[in-house]
Design a protein around this ligand. Sequence first.
Ligand SMILES: Cc1cc2nc3c(=O)[nH]c(=O)nc-3n(C[C@H](O)[C@H](O)[C@H](O)COP(=O)(O)OP(=O)(O)OC[C@H]3O[C@@H](n4cnc5c(N)ncnc54)[C@H](O)[C@@H]3O)c2cc1C
Length: 381
Amino acid sequence: MVRTQEQQALLHLVREVSRRQIAPRADQHEAEATFPAELFALLAELDLLGLPFAPEDGGGGQPPEVVCQVLAELSRSFLAVGLGASVHLLATGVVARHAARDVRADILPRLISGEWLAAYSLSEPDSGSDAASLTTRAERDGDIYLLNGTKAWVTHAGQADCYVMFCRTGAHRTRGITALLVPAGTEGLEFPPAERKLGLRSSPTGQIVCRDARVPARYRLGEEGEGFGIAMAALDTGRLGIAACAIGLSRAALHAAIAYARSRRQFGRPIGAFQGIGFTVADMASAIEAADALCQRAAAADAGRPASTLAAMAKLVATDTAMRVTDSALQIHGGVGYTSAYPVERYLREAKVLQVVEGTNQIQRIVISRNVMGDLDDEEG
Ligand SMILES: Cc1cc2nc3c(=O)[nH]c(=O)nc-3n(C[C@H](O)[C@H](O)[C@H](O)COP(=O)(O)OP(=O)(O)OC[C@H]3O[C@@H](n4cnc5c(N)ncnc54)[C@H](O)[C@@H]3O)c2cc1C
């Protein structure tokens, strides 16, 4: 929950900027699949790309609850911006926690100020939900690592200034994975054309092909073999961010549905006066509030390091809510909802991806069930 006057002023500012400067740019960027660089520059100007980090590092020192509310506001106006900010904060968090002192001193201020955009590269073509099966190799050769392999599905691939990349340095499934900070200009990196997606088109998603890419060993994040744990801990925070994005998107859909239900008349009355529509709106509004309460609870659970179970629950509930709410919003619009004359068809397309990224919702259910029931496979033997 927002407590201080400063936090209230911050949220007011974000709301105003989102409505006036970010929302009006969404349709064109999505239609043309262009990266909204000018909007990330705006976030940087407003110091929003370093919000959760310590003031002594130049960050905003804001708790996760406030960061989630900011991400929700941004996503309510333009999901690609809210989600992009969330990914940047997730990757920047890994640098803040695990970079060597000199690298941290050099890179972190650029990320916190928004001069540099960060990305998070865990997935590969053959390694998605089973992240520990990744095969991109990082071989130590003196004071460099030599990277070979293909990373996939990287948000901001080709646009980011650096990539927090997870590579194989040993045979052990999880303890053979190491995190590296890979600057975009590293020789040996190739960025094939971005994926063509159902939605979120202005947020580039693509592969990074590494062919003998040479990364200085001092750019390692954490110790060799610690990468899998680092990746999973970062995802706890990331999942909260995705939950917040889903809440913002759901609010946009609810708002659009209410406006349409008040203005559209059939049978001589606004359609919102029909109980069938009113009950749908009631269910949408209630589900959003419930998801938001869970997200805030997860955010408050452990400042900066949310409990895995609550983060997974928040991601699951908020993104499933976004899917249902955006579907209902389109239904309330009838035929025009299926056209690009109204934003609800975009909201529906955008909601779908939130059930997939940062662990599909099946994977969230696996995390939650294991944590509440224990690992039953372990008990069999
Ligand atoms: C737009 C977009 C942006 C992305 N951004 C990033 C990014 O920035 N960085 C990054 O590293 N990755 C990113 N990803 C990748 C994303 O995290 C993966 O797509 C996701 O983890 C699923 O992996 P997969 O696509 O390989 O699906 P798979 O793992 O192949 O899964 C296919 C289906 O099987 C189900 N499944 C798999 N295993 C199980 C199981 N044990 N039990 C039940 N069901 C199961 C899945 O839930 C899914 O429905 C992005 C993806 C998209 C679409």
